[in-house]
Design a protein around this ligand. Structure first.
Ligand SMILES: C[S@@+](CC[C@H](N)C(=O)[O-])C[C@H]1O[C@@H](n2cnc3c(N)ncnc32)[C@H](O)[C@@H]1O
Length: 216
């Protein structure tokens, strides 16, 4: 079997990276003191088939909008699934911003692509900086449900008009860490500053909906 679940994740990546990392985390949790069981569960959640499907949705819809010279920023990269799946199909520089040091550490252990750079930084600094705001041509945040709505609106209001942005959110408001959910795709779009919408769509699962917008 050449591929596992998606064309953007190879079986060898699971065999050589994900499974050994889970085994390492179990051993360290039992006998060491650096990690805990939560990380094993959280990494398994990252590879949930619905998470993978939603990231595949990003790559499939975003690829036509990515030019050869574009740098890509992934805000809230978690353990790196989004960056990994993008790097499977394009050679562009991908800068993965994450504010959880443990995610950065574990993403680094999972990383196989040289064109991914992982930064332990607030990804929304891109919008405050003239240099970064001009440089990141494609900005992705699939974790909008975790980002305060006013902060997101404020950051996007400063977006370089030439940058393309891809955003995902969902309607899972019953989860404590979700501070910015929406009841529909239009409700999500209405919460954003006025931008030219290049793509919008909804993925309906049995237990929730995920919304995606690509805009400039
Ligand atoms: C739970 S995960 C992502 C879940 C979502 N379904 C997804 O796949 O993108 C959200 C991540 O965003 C990170 N995060 C939140 N605010 C951030 C910020 N301002 N800059 C960078 N990372 C951020 C969190 O540390 C967390 O690892």
């Amino acid at each position: 079997m050449e591929h596992l679940m998606t064309k953007y994740i190879q079986k060898s990546f699971f065999d050589n990276k994900v499974l050994p990392l889970l085994s390492f985390l179990y051993t360290d949790t039992m006998y060491g003191k650096n990690y805990d069981y939560y990380r094993i569960k959280d990494i398994l959640d990252q590879y949930d088939p619905k998470q993978i499907e939603c990231k595949q949705w990003v790559v499939d819809e975003l690829l036509p909008f990515i030019n050869e010279e574009d740098e890509i920023a992934v805000i809230g990269g978690w353990y790196g699934l989004m960056s990994h799946m993008l790097a499977e199909s394009i050679p562009n520089l991908i800068v993965d911003y994450e504010i959880d040091a443990m995610c950065v550490d574990l993403h680094d252990k999972l990383k196989v692509h040289k064109n991914i750079s992982i930064l332990y930084e607030d990804g929304f600094q891109i919008f405050d900086s003239v240099e970064y705001n001009g440089k990141d041509k494609v900005i992705i945040c699939t974790a909008c449900e975790h980002i305060d709505g006013e902060d997101l609106y404020g950051a996007l209001s400063m977006k370089n008009p030439k940058s393309t942005i891809l955003l995902q959110s969902n309607n899972m408001s019953h989860i404590d860490s979700h501070v910015n959910c929406h009841k529909s795709l239009n409700h999500f779009i209405e919460s954003l500053p006025d931008m030219k919408i290049l793509y919008k769509g909804t993925k309906v699962f049995d237990d929730y909906e995920r919304y995606m917008v690509i805009a400039r």
